[in-house]
Structures are given as C-alpha cells and as structure tokens.
Ligand binder design. Structure first.
Ligand SMILES: *Cc1c(COP(=O)(O)O)cnc(C)c1O
Length: 431
C-alpha cells in the first residue's frame, strides 16, 4: 500500500508537478489528501471524514469500497488484468455487453467498449458519420446540438459543448463548426409549449442535407449548467430527427443507470435514440470505462459502407478488470435498490434545499432525481466555499455559479440532511 510521505512533502510535490482537472500549475487551488473511502465517506489523511455529495462526479453510485465490486475486481485480477481486444475476446467483456444489451432499450444491440466518456462520444460521432457515408449521404458531415451541453474534453466532443461556457474560444479555428440551437428552457414541472422545438424544425428544414446526427444529453444537461428540461422536447426532437433522416445520439454518460429516477433518462420521454453513450457510473465509479450502443441495422450499414469497419480501436479496449467491475455494478443495478433510493433522495433534496432560496445571492434551486442544484447570481469562490464545507465534514465541489450534489444512491437520510444543511449554510453566508 502506498502512503503519503510527509518527510518528502508529497502535497508540495502535488502542487508543483501534478495537474488536477482544469487547474494551473502557476496558481494551483488547494487539494485535499484523501487516503481511503468507505460507503459515502471520504477519509482525509489527518483522519477527518467527509460525507461525499459528488459520488466522484456521478460515478460512485453504490458507494466506495463496495464488497461486491471489490470481489469482482480481485477475482478478475487473479485471471488476467488485461489482454488486447484485437482478435481476442474474454468472459468479462461478453458478460458485460450481454447485460448492456439486456438493460438498454431495444433495438440497441451493438456495443463498442470505449475507455472514457469522451471517447464514447467520439465513437458515437464516428458511427454517425460512417453510417451516413455508407448510405451515400456524403454531405451529411456535420452535427447539431443544443446550447449548454457538455460532451467531453477531446476535440470532437468540445466542438459540440456549449460554445460560450465550453472551450470554443480557447481553440477557435481548430474545432469543426457545428449547428447549435438554443437550449430548451421549459422545465419538467412546467407546461410544455411546442414552440420550443421550432428552432430545430427551422434548422432541419434548411440544413438537413448536411446534418449527420443530433447529439444531446437527455432531460438533464450536466456539466454545461446542471439544467433540467421537459421530456416533450426530447419526444418532439426524436420525431423531427426521424423525419429528416438525422441520427439521434443520446449522451447518457451522466444520467444513465438510475440517476434521474429512471434507468435511462430517455425513458422520461419514452424514446429510444439511434446511438446511446454510457460511462461514469458504468463501473460503479471504480475505473474508467464507457460504452457506445447502436442498432444492428446501423452497425450492418457501416459494414456495407466504403470503410466496412468501424474506425476505432483503443489499446485498452474492453479491459477485463473494468468489464468485470462494470458487470458486478450492473448486477447491483438489476437488484433494484436504486428504485427506492433515488426517489427518497429526491424528496429529501427537495425539502432540504428549499430554504436555500432565502439566500440573497441564490437565483434558483432545482432538483431532479438524485441531483440537487443551487444556482447563485455570482460565481462562487471555490477555495473559500470548499474550506467551509470541509470544516463541516462535507465534500461538495462548487462549479462556477453552481453548488450541486449527486450523492451515492446508498446515502442515508442523515447524509442527505447533512449535505443539504451545508448547502443552506453556504447560501446564507456567501452572497
Ligand atoms: C462526463 C461526461 C462526459 C465525458 O466523460 P469523461 O469520462 O470525463 O471523458 C461526456 N458527456 C457527459 C454528459 C458527461 O457528463
């Protein structure tokens, strides 16, 4: 077991040499040393315990150090940790893909195992483009999406992230230019107005001949703003994509596996996409693995196309350790505890976060499934807010103007109460 080396000042080394997500080595933000995690608790080096409100960015849905997942990982490591997927297959990959085909709506029956969420989206884009060329639609080479989306950090995915709070300005001239329509504004609680889909209709009328696919996060827009929109929008979009021969890519990397109260967020609208991206919670937060699913119809069409093969194949594709843990995580999903846990957490978040609205700087409080969001008028000072939260035994990472939680499904009532109390406190002390 590797431990921190105080005499070598590991934290100073970290600050000086190691990039964390979206950080500067010139002006690093504080990092907190976590040495172990169990259930919903993160344990700091000094022995303090923090209740985790983030589930390690949507992923640790069953909690940390879970015996069933540990067992799957240990058992597979005794067989083989990795083997190339080119020309070789293995039991964990087959078992996992069987479960993915079983759990996802028909007719999504073709699976590509990707090594991260961003790559799953890259593969989805390749599938869409190769499908269109295979049918002689050589001009269908662009994508369409809604604003305020987030689909990953690689170049193809950045190009479909929100053009303003995404990274377009930093990489102008390098990113391909796609079509954007306004993000839907009508929330799931409001009455839907068909006028909201009109911009998509107009876009498709004018440009359908150059659009291969429409990509979006169903119902919940995650990292691009933590926004929830009406299922009727998704339903209307599905109808339009069908009418104009445009594929629909549902990015359920954040929403998949029960987070919104349904196994997949598309179920809120009763629609099935042509391509589905899964990631984050796929391995219960143990390791990186993602998947892109599509129909056999689309897969076979690519097979008949000019390239014949799907043009992707990462070195660590179908990693057996990751597949074995993902398979074990899906077993827990199939056991179904999340079906009681998520609605209970939703209720507790609603009640617990309501007082945040009294905070002077708070402009909105919203909850959907096991996701709770407090939106402020001004960006939060991450380091200061985080220091207050850690002092109170809470791990929540503010992002821009947002303070939000998506806790592990195993969080008990007392844990949700502590998280919401901390968020109320922040709403009262930070303008
Ligand atoms: C996190 C996320 C991604 C990117 O996944 P990574 O594993 O971080 O590459 C893509 N789409 C959505 C909706 C996400 O939430």
């Amino acid at each position: 077991m590797i431990k921190f080396q105080p005499e070598q000042d590991d934290l100073a080394f970290d600050r000086t040499h190691i990039w964390h997500p979206y950080t500067s080595l010139l002006d690093p933000l504080p990092t907190y040393p976590v040495v172990s995690a169990e259930g919903v608790m993160l344990k700091l080096e000094d022995g303090r315990q923090l209740i985790d409100g983030m589930a390690s960015w949507w992923s640790a849905i069953h909690g940390y150090n879970h015996p069933h997942l540990n067992q799957a990982l240990a058992a597979q490591s005794q067989q083989m940790s990795h083997v190339m997927f080119g020309g070789i297959t293995h039991p964990p990959a087959v078992a996992l893909c069987r479960k993915l085909v079983e759990l996802t709506p028909q007719p999504l029956e073709a699976v590509f195992l990707a090594d991260s969420g961003s790559i799953a989206v890259e593969v989805a884009i390749k599938i869409a483009l190769q499908y269109q060329t295979s049918r002689g639609n050589m001009r269908k080479q662009r994508l369409a999406t809604i604003r305020r989306g987030y689909h990953g950090d690689t170049f193809a995915t950045m190009a479909v992230c929100d053009p303003i709070n995404g990274m377009h300005e930093h990489f102008r001239g390098v990113l391909p230019e796609h079509y954007f329509v306004p993000a839907p504004e009508i929330t799931p609680e409001q009455t839907w107005d068909p006028a909201e889909i009109a911009p998509v209709q107009v876009l498709f009328e004018q440009h359908h001949e150059s659009i291969a696919a429409f990509i979006l996060e169903p119902i919940v827009q995650g990292a691009g703003g933590m926004r929830f929109y009406h299922p009727e929008y998704l339903k209307a979009l599905r109808a339009l994509t069908e009418r104009y021969d445009i594929l629909l890519i549902a990015d359920e990397i954040a929403t998949g596996f029960g987070r919104t109260g349904k196994l997949f967020a598309c179920e809120h609208a009763n629609i099935v996409p042509d391509i589905l991206c899964l990631g984050k919670a796929l391995t219960g937060g143990y390791m990186t693995l993602a998947a892109t699913l599509t129909t056999l119809d689309i897969a076979h069409s690519i097979g008949r196309g000019p390239h014949k093969v799907l043009m992707h194949g990462p070195t660590f594709m179908g990693n057996p350790l990751a597949c074995a843990v993902a398979h074990a995580s899906l077993e827990l999903i199939q056991r179904g505890d999340w079906q009681q846990q998520v609605p209970r957490i939703e209720q507790e978040l609603r009640a617990g976060l309501a007082p945040c609205l009294q905070g002077e700087g708070v402009v909105d409080v919203r909850v959907f499934g096991a996701i709770g969001v407090v939106e402020f008028a001004q960006p939060l000072d991450v380091a200061r807010v985080q220091a207050v939260l850690v002092e109170d035994g809470i791990w929540i990472r503010p992002f821009g103007r947002l303070l939000y939680v998506m806790p592990p499904y195993i969080s008990e009532t007392k844990h949700i109460a502590a998280l919401t109390a901390a968020m109320v406190k922040i709403s009262n002390i930070f303008p």
